[in-house]
Design a protein around this ligand. Structure first.
Ligand code: ATP
Ligand code: MG
Length: 772
């Protein structure tokens, strides 16, 4: 009974209790969203500690975000008080591996103060590697190599383990191809005393393989291993786990195949299936009661995900008995969408809902700006979570580079980034000299600089500038002994002239940059040391704004995994935004199904109400495109959805349009399985669908350079499937892809047009505009 027994078991259902108390042997908890997987895992941790099955330092607990780790720590402490203190091995794969690697850095040629590179530094270094190999970086972009290497690392492959054929994926195999450049990159990293994200795990795998004593120590230590969000582990992480579990086999993983949304980062749902093979006799526990969401939300989510094939299959139910349908709102464009969300948030606020209980979950980063703009305009407090936005800003990166250089003299990338920022007269020529010296002396750039400053390779002015800079850095290093790190940061930013540079800058963003720098110094105060802070910056994916005051949260769907909010806004449910254009271009079902899982994650974050929005017109990367409602809107199931539109004509016109016999209507409507849809799937070409598809993919990417939005009346919206005035035979029109043309035939919303440049085409009226 829920009133008896220890507090962490209170209220848990029998399956959850089973998950908590089955501590010995492998356990796989496979269950849908909101069924209390994370709750059960936390209770399990408390159970193990309370019963003294292990000390806090003997439990390895992996969460997907740093935030989730903090929450689990907090909950356990609430339950157990001082008994839960410690828990040094609770964190993300990366944080845990970083911690391990700092203890054994020497075994892979690093020293314990190694720097963790961000993607920017990684790219800069790879650019050098590509160029030094004599390859044309324009033809073989470092970015491409970066993603190739990341993929190898995600699979746990060292350069020498890359299958030979795969090396051709870069530079057609020239200069040894991808694997050789990967090897060169790894050498450089070691020389710079740096590791990239993938290295954190990969180095540990290497150490486990080559130093059985180290591995044996960890195996002896970790009596219990547990993993949340297991469906999103990649190969390297899986190997890492398997290595650490050892013969005790006390591993408990919780996951949901329907929430696997990181395959682009190498995650493999197959790890779930493999679990039972690798850990024979594993106990499988299923949780089926959803405690989070009201019935319509849950039903809509189930309806949606049922469109995916290849699921392990789950049924979910809830005992909640009331609740609203999922709201679906069609709006004119992005700004109106932001306005609509802002209004609704304010309305909820007046009803007593806290802003903290509301979230806007976007598919892509670019979507956030409109909301920020709107919320700033109406004074609605918001926080951006889950983005690297703050730390990705140039001024923050510069400031961090200064600090990194102060902390580690070998950090050549940091040195290079700021040696001439602000301008000190150390331009390309001087840098060329420095690079040459670094190669000749076989030293990091930052060390070679000291030699160059004493030699006569540089012009006297440049030499003076370099000496001055090096003296400054040395002085800051000394100052680090007496100042705390926040004070040090302030000093460095002032004395370097970096702050003055932005003060002198008359551009509109300069003030914001100065504010960001202040915010950076403020943030540093929250960490015990510079090392701890820099580590935080490298690892943090879920940086939160200051916690004071209520705020509405804006974050990506990817970052929202595992979280819950009373009210969830899901904007941009349009073909090409969500599902993303990239997924559509890919063509197969895999990418699309992953997008659908992401939509499932989005809907299931909502406790009380989910609010989906789609705009008829969207400015993507500066260009206006007519947008179609996402197919996912239709897949939510009509019975669980409450549709409305702020477009002229209102909901009735919208419904009338949807009720038409057009294949589009099937797609938009909710059947999702109409003839048009089936045709599209099977590749047959219903002309309307075909035209739509054609028009659509054009609207996604190749849209002509029209920077300003056409006025509302003059534009033709994809939503307006009801007869539109204007397109008559002989009308002159403009199409983004085919250019100007003349209408030769009108059939409802389908037009036949003669394009001088492209010939005769059938297109939907939504994709052309009238020329007067
Ligand atoms: P996700 O798949 O989204 O990560 P989850 O399965 O981890 O979800 P939790 O976040 O652990 O689910 O739980 C969802 C909500 O249900 C939480 O608010 C949690 O407190 C609540 N909950 C879980 N189990 C119970 C229970 N037995 N009784 C009451 N509430 C519960
Ligand atoms: Mg969870």
């Amino acid at each position: 009974d829920s009133l008896q027994g220890p507090p962490w078991l209170a209220g848990l259902n029998p399956a959850q209790r089973d998950a908590v108390t089955t501590t010995e042997g492998p356990v796989l908890i496979l269950a849908g969203a909101g069924t209390g997987k994370t709750k059960a895992l936390t209770a399990r941790l408390a159970h193990i500690l309370f019963n003294r099955l292990a000390w806090p330092s003997q439990v390895l607990a992996v969460t997907f975000t740093n935030k989730a780790a903090r929450e689990m720590r907090h909950r356990t402490e609430l339950l157990l008080g001082s008994m839960a203190e410690g828990l040094p091995w609770l964190g993300t794969f990366h944080a845990l591996s970083a911690k391990m690697l700092r203890r054994h850095a020497g075994l892979v040629g690093l020293n314990p103060q190694f720097t963790i590179l961000d993607t920017d530094d990684q790219l800069r270094l790879l650019k050098q590697v590509v160029t030094e190999a004599g390859l044309d970086e324009k033809r073989w972009p470092a970015k491409q190599l970066a993603s190739l290497i990341d993929r190898w690392k995600n699979r746990g492959l060292l350069p020498e383990q890359v299958p030979p054929g795969e090396s051709f994926a870069f530079a057609d195999g020239a200069k040894g191809g991808g694997a050789a450049l990967y090897a060169r990159y790894q050498e450089q990293l070691v020389q710079l005393n740096a590791a990239d994200f993938g290295d954190l795990l990969l180095h540990m795998l290497t150490i486990f393989a080559r130093h059985p004593d180290v591995l044996a120590d960890y195996r002896e230590r970790f009596r219990y291993v547990m993993v949340d969000e297991y469906q999103d582990t990649n190969q390297a992480q899986y190997q890492w786990l398997k290595a650490l579990v050892g013969d005790r086999r006390n591993i408990a993983c919780v996951g949901d195949d329907d929430q696997s949304i990181y395959s682009w980062r190498g995650a493999e749902v197959a790890n779930i299936l493999r679990f039972e093979a690798d850990f024979p006799g594993a106990k499988l526990i299923r949780l089926e009661e959803n405690y989070r969401s009201t019935p319509h939300i849950l039903a809509a989510a189930n309806h949606l995900i049922a469109h995916n094939n290849g699921r392990l299959g789950k049924s979910l139910f809830t005992q909640h008995s009331t609740g609203e349908k999922v709201a679906v709102t069609g709006v004119w464009d992005g700004p109106e969408e932001a306005r609509s969300v802002g209004d609704e948030a304010e309305r909820l606020g007046r009803e007593g809902v806290s802003l903290n209980d509301m979230a806007i979950l976007v598919r892509a980063q670019f979507q956030t700006r409109l909301f920020e703009d709107r919320f700033i305009a109406i004074g609605l407090p918001y926080r951006i979570v889950g983005g690297f936005r703050f730390y990705e800003r140039a001024e923050i990166r510069d400031a961090l580079a200064y600090l990194r250089l102060v902390q580690s003299p070998d950090d050549a990338l940091a040195f290079e980034r700021i040696v001439n920022v602000p301008k000190r007269g150390l331009g390309d020529k001087a840098m060329g000299t420095l690079h040459a010296a670094a190669r000749r002396l076989n030293l990091p750039l930052s060390r070679a600089a000291a030699h160059v400053a004493e030699g006569d390779d540089l012009t006297p002015a440049a030499r003076r500038a370099l000496r001055g800079f090096l003296t400054d850095v040395a002085r800051w290093r000394d100052a680090a002994d007496t100042l705390n790190h926040a004070e040090l940061a302030e000093l460095v930013l002032e004395e370097s002239g970096y702050v003055a540079m932005w003060q002198a800058d008359k551009s509109t963003e300069a003030d914001g940059r100065l504010d960001n720098l202040k915010e950076l110094v403020r943030a540093m105060g929250d960490y015990p040391s510079l090392t701890a802070f820099l580590e935080h910056v490298s690892l943090v994916m879920d940086n939160e704004a200051a916690a004071d005051g209520e705020k509405i949260t804006i974050m990506t769907l990817h970052a929202a995994k595992g979280l819950e909010f009373d009210h969830v806004f899901l904007p941009g449910w349009e073909e090409g935004v969500f599902p993303s254009q990239r997924a559509l271009d890919e063509g197969g079902t895999a990418a699309l199904e992953e997008e659908r899982r992401l939509a499932y994650v989005g809907i299931t974050r909502a406790r009380v109400r989910a609010h989906v929005l789609h705009a008829a017109n969207r400015q993507v990367y500066g260009q206006w495109t007519a947008a179609l409602p996402s197919r996912f809107v239709a897949e939510l199931g009509e019975a669980h959805v409450d549709e409305r539109s702020t477009l002229s004509g209102g909901p009735s016109l919208w419904r009338a349009a949807l009720a038409g016999g057009d294949p589009f209507a099937d797609m938009q409507r909710g059947t999702g399985r109409g003839p048009g849809w089936d045709r599209a799937r099977s590749g047959q070409t219903g002309s309307g669908w075909q035209a739509a598809k054609q028009g659509f993919s054009q609207s996604g990417r190749d849209f002509g350079p029209r920077s300003a939005a056409p006025p509302r009346e003059a534009r033709v919206s994809a939503i307006s499937l009801a007869p539109m005035p204007g397109f008559k035979r002989g009308a002159r029109v403009f199409h983004a892809k085919f250019g100007e043309g003349t209408v030769v035939h009108v059939d409802g919303n389908k037009l036949e047009i003669d394009f001088p440049a492209a010939g005769r085409k059938r297109v939907l009226d939504s994709f052309v505009s009238l020329k007067n």
